[in-house]
Design a protein around this ligand. Structure first.
Ligand code: ADP
Length: 353
């Protein structure tokens, strides 16, 4: 919803400067729930003569698009600490640890529970098995699970200061470097971590983690579309997005939204394709049988309609679930799962060049 609101605000321009509210930096924050929307606008100039007019226009647009929500629009004035913060961010970008990363891939899903994190970790292992140097950034602030999936949930990252710059040391399992927002917050605090706090923490994780040289960095995004996605997208150049979905029709509808977010002209990230997870179930005692528990081929159909590739179909395997729970991605231990992920990873690699 915050994402949509931001897009609506992008359609409003400052009458004097001509800049739209988003790119002109007038939108300080957007907070939205089902029935309440709060937007804070900041005007650099004290007593900006257009402030009230713009406020009224924002209220009008929000009321029109969200007639059942209560909308509150605040006006703030002056540079505040923003300029200082911008300078810090600029310095962070200048010394960013991402400069030796080959390709950055975002892993997204329309909703939670479809196996986005599981696919991320197994894909990372499959790429590592192919000899690539891989990093995983767990940016799913709503349910960060990469540390658990790689069996490093007790890992507390060290900081290292080199020539006056602070670096964060990631966990390392096999050939995969892992850093997760969960290594910095208690799970019970996760929900408090929305908005600017989460954004600035993620910015630090992106630019200060000692990634070294990597061929691939996989980013496990939160489910859905929202502000966190946009801020990550603006922090580093993402080379492609992989969308994870289950075959259900509802999940497929969510895929559409995900694809649209990446294809938005302001975002413009190539969608590499969709991975259909939990595509079918095969019981061990009947290896030829496939049971399409969540329906058949939903993602395949959508992929065709939307003109995106089906990167792979991953069946339901007990070993995948227990692997996630035990901190050992099944791609490491189960050769059948490994083969599915190897083929999927191969397709991802081919799409990258
Ligand atoms: P998301 O990141 O989309 O919220 P998760 O990766 O956490 O979803 O997966 C949700 C649950 O489904 C986990 O318990 C995981 O082990 C299980 N799971 C995911 N994919 C499979 C699969 N192909 N076979 C069996 N279990 C799976």
């Amino acid at each position: 919803m915050e994402y949509d609101i931001r897009e609506f605000l992008r359609s409003i321009s400052h009458p004097e400067t001509g800049e739209n509210l988003v790119d002109g930096g007038f939108v300080e924050s957007i907070n939205a729930s089902e029935d309440k929307i709060t937007v804070a606008l900041r005007f650099r100039k004290a007593k900006d003569p257009f402030a009230l007019k713009i406020k009224a226009r924002v209220e009008e647009v929000l009321r029109k698009n969200y007639p059942t929500s209560t909308t509150t629009v605040f006006i703030k004035e002056g540079e505040n600490t923003k300029a200082k913060r911008d300078a810090q961010i600029e310095a962070m970008h200048k010394n960013s640890t991402t400069t030796a990363i080959g390709k950055v891939i975002a892993v997204a899903s329309g909703k939670g529970g479809v196996g986005k994190s599981t696919v991320t970790s197994n894909l990372a292992v499959a790429l590592a098995n192919m000899g690539y140097r891989v990093g995983v950034l767990d940016a799913d602030i709503y349910g960060p699970s990469q540390a658990k999936m790689f069996g490093v949930e007790d890992y507390l990252p060290d900081a290292e200061n080199i020539d006056g710059n602070d670096y964060i040391i990631p966990a390392e399992v096999g050939n995969v470097k892992i850093i997760s927002i969960a290594m910095f917050i208690r799970p019970t605090d996760a929900l408090l971590w929305r908005g600017t706090m989460a954004n600035s923490a993620l910015r630090q994780l992106i630019h200060q983690t000692k990634w070294g040289e990597l061929d691939f960095l996989l980013i496990d995004l939160p489910p859905g579309t929202g502000d966190i996605h946009l801020s990550i997208i603006s922090e580093l150049s993402i080379d492609g997005a992989v969308i994870v979905s289950t075959p259900q029709q509802v999940a497929v509808a969510d895929v559409v939204r995900g694809v649209e977010m990446f294809r938005n002209p302001n975002v413009n990230i190539p969608v590499l394709g969709v991975v259909e997870n939990m595509a079918w179930f095969t019981p061990a005692e009947l290896p030829q049988n496939r049971y399409y528990i969540f329906g058949k081929g939903g993602a395949e159909r959508y992929a065709e309609q939307a003109g995106i590739d089906l990167l792979g179909q991953i069946p339901i395997f007990q070993s995948i679930m227990s692997g996630s729970d035990n901190g050992l991605p099944a791609t490491k231990t189960d050769s059948v799962v490994e083969e599915y992920y190897r083929q999927t990873a191969q397709k991802v690699v081919e799409k990258m060049w």
